[in-house]
Design a protein around this ligand. Structure first.
Ligand SMILES: [Cu+2]
Length: 72
C-alpha cells in the first residue's frame, strides 16, 4: 500500500512541504499529495513506510497508515 493519511494539512504550502519531504526520501517516485483527501501516495519508495511516516512527522504533520477500506 503506497498511501498514507496525513493530518494537519490546510493549504497549498502544507501540500508543498509534505510533497518535498516525501520526495526527498531514497527512491521516491511519483509522489502525490492530496489536500482534499488528506493523503499522500507514491509509485515507488526504497525505504519502509515507517520512514515515510517519520519524514512527514518530522516536518510537523501527523501521518498514519489508512486502515479502512483502502488498505488493500
Ligand atoms: Cu498550510
Amino acid at each position: 500500500m503506497n498511501k498514507l493519511k496525513v493530518d494537519g494539512m490546510h493549504c497549498q504550502n502544507c501540500v508543498k512541504a509534505v510533497t518535498e519531504a516525501v520526495s526527498a526520501l531514497p527512491g521516491a517516485k511519483g509522489v502525490e499529495v492530496s489536500l482534499e483527501k488528506g493523503e499522500v501516495t507514491w509509485e515507488a519508495m526504497a525505504v519502509s513506510i515507517d520512514k515515510v511516516i517519520e519524514a512527514i512527522e518530522d516536518i510537523g504533520f501527523d501521518a498514519q497508515e489508512c486502515k479502512c477500506c483502502c488498505s488493500k
